[in-house]
Design a protein around this ligand. Structure first.
Ligand code: MSP
Length: 529
């Protein structure tokens, strides 16, 4: 039985607590937040989950290096770094799961018990390379050779050789079911480059894979063999289920949540963890008889000097460094508009500054403040009643209709840059309209008062549409624009405005009281970065 069509469940990966977040991590969460806010403004019931991945060798070793117990280390990092970053980027997640929570450990044990009962787990031994950075058993073709050493291509660090007795998951059994599933549902892995990569990997053939570790102690014990812990990825992937209430009684709050939101609509991941999400994870679900996610979307990397930004390589930039400089809204806007989602992109302070200044401060911010100043000056801060619309005015009316549709289609496909460009085209058209109509000239002749009213009304009404469309991307600045327009009183809460209705012209009532506020996108102070 599938869930209600009006429910949207999105997850981000859960983040390792070995270190503090950098903008690569914040990028995934920002994209998830924008998309879920967009779906909320489509009137859907949204569930947005994020969290932290706290078990495994990587976290254990970091804790040891800091002379504390892993749980103490995890508590500290969650409290001091991972929860605060959600505030920094203004993410509105509905839940935050930690893999050390009881609800998770209980669910993981129940899940693997079930898979074992279904005959998909057996005892064996593993010998081969392991990358602690990736927490991954590596396959022969995965590694690069350098100076006689085998290195992980993501971390550029030597892999470790493991020889362990542990429990195996019958991954091989799911090769054909996965190929069949993805052949029937090509939209289940996006973008297409990710789909092709996974299909090629599946067609090479799969081997069974260790689902437990005997040499690691920091993890969730196997219920049937307490000397082993669940392999960290096969613990972590289950967060999407355990946080959603899997296995809980149907009449409990958690059980009802599960029924309402499962399966996942978008499993958002970076391309480095695609294989876990598009191969191992659905295979595990198939083994347990649980419906698989509708779509896994793999985004690209933020690069520094052509390589994936990472703390290990000391190239990480903290999200607060950027947010302190341009604010959370511009952070969100920049990363989703400047880089095509699904492809790699480089961050640079110069590009950020240039786009902030041109598109936000001089583009949107200036439009709103000019308009507020003119309505104050010529109409005592009251949105005037428009007269008949001319062809030039109609251009705005039509553009809002077409651009909002284009933005909606693009953003639903996670093509954020195209979506934002469509909205930006309305801002540009409105600025051009003001330049061409020259309201300050019209104002010189009292006889033209009605035309002046129409022009200023058209701009205010266009700002209404822009504020609604940009709200999921820039919640704070658009709330300020809404406030300037007096729309809280005359229309209602901005977050409740539906994307579908944006194109209906004339929703901002004449008579709204304009409130001039501080600059929405203040000029940047260069040396703050
Ligand atoms: N703990 C695992 C995920 C388990 S999900 C069941 C993990 N954690 S992570 O902290 O290393 O990475 C989490 C996310 O951050 C991934 O989606 C990853 O792609 C993203 N990023 C980390 N560095 C990145 C960049 N430099 N650029 C873009 N995103 C990157 O993997």
């Amino acid at each position: 039985m599938s869930k209600d069509k009006n429910t949207f469940y999105l997850t981000t990966p859960i983040y390792y607590v070995n270190d503090a977040p950098h903008i690569g991590h914040a990028y995934t969460t920002t994209a998830g937040d924008v998309l879920t806010r967009w779906h909320r403004q489509k009137g859907e019931n949204v569930w947005f989950l994020t969290g932290t991945d706290e078990h495994g060798t990587k976290v254990q070793r970091t804790a040891e290096a800091n002379n504390v117990e892993p749980k103490v280390w995890a508590d500290k990092l969650v409290k001091e770094a991972w929860l605060p970053v959600l505030k920094t980027i203004n993410a509105a997640n509905d839940d935050f799961i930690r893999t050390t929570e009881q609800r998770h450990t209980k669910g993981v044990q129940a899940f693997w018990e079930l898979v074992k009962k279904n005959g998909a787990v057996y005892e064996g031994s593993y010998e081969g390379p392991y990358c602690v950075g990736c927490e991954e058993f590596k396959l022969p073709g995965d590694l690069i050779k350098e100076d006689g050493q085998e290195l992980c291509p993501i971390h550029s660090k030597p892999v470790e050789m493991l020889s362990e007795k542990n429990w195996f998951f019958k991954l091989k059994n799911y090769q054909q079911p996965l190929i069949d599933h993805y052949t029937k549902n090509p939209e289940a892995i996006q973008p297409p480059s990710a789909y092709n990569e996974v299909m090629a990997f599946l067609k090479q053939g799969l081997d069974d894979i260790s689902m437990s570790r005997s040499a690691v102690s920091w993890g969730i014990k196997l219920p049937w063999d307490e000397k082993q812990v669940v392999y960290v990825w096969f613990d972590a992937l289950l967060n999407y289920l355990t946080a959603a209430g899997f296995g809980e009684p149907e009449d409990s709050e958690a059980g009802k949540l599960f029924k309402r939101i499962w399966p996942i609509d978008v499993n958002l991941v970076g391309k480095d963890i695609l294989r876990f999400h598009a191969v191992y994870w659905p295979a595990m679900l198939m083994a347990a008889g649980v419906e698989v996610p509708k779509c896994v979307f793999a985004h690209g990397w933020l690069l520094v000097g052509g390589e994936k930004m990472s703390k290990t390589k000391l190239t990480g930039i903290a999200p607060s460094q950027i947010v302190d400089y341009v604010g959370a809204d511009a952070f969100r806007y920049y990363f989703l508009s400047a880089i095509r989602f699904g492809q790699d992109g480089s961050f640079s302070w110069e590009d950020l500054t240039a786009r902030y200044t041109a598109e936000l401060a001089n583009g949107l911010g200036n439009l709103a403040s000019r308009e507020a100043a003119m309505i104050e000056k010529y109409f005592e801060a009251i949105v005037p009643k428009p007269g008949e619309l001319t062809a030039a005015d109609q251009v705005l009316v039509e553009l809002i209709k077409s651009a909002s549709k284009e933005a909606d289609e693009a953003i639903l496909k996670l093509d954020f840059s195209t979506g934002i460009n469509a909205i930006k085209s309305i801002v540009e058209a409105a600025n051009l309209y003001v330049t061409e109509q020259e309201p300050w000239k019209i104002a010189k002749d009292e006889a033209n008062k009605e035309r002046l009213a129409t022009v200023l009304y058209c701009v205010a009404e266009t700002l209404r549409a822009i504020a609604i469309l940009y709200h999921p991307i820039m919640p704070e600045s658009t709330a300020k624009i809404w406030n300037i327009l007096g729309a809280n009183e005359s229309i209602g809460d901005i977050a409740k405005q539906k994307i579908e209705n944006v194109g209906n012209w004339g929703q901002l009532p004449a008579g709204s009281k304009v409130i001039k506020g501080e600059a929405i996108f203040p000029r940047l102070v260069e040396d703050e970065q």
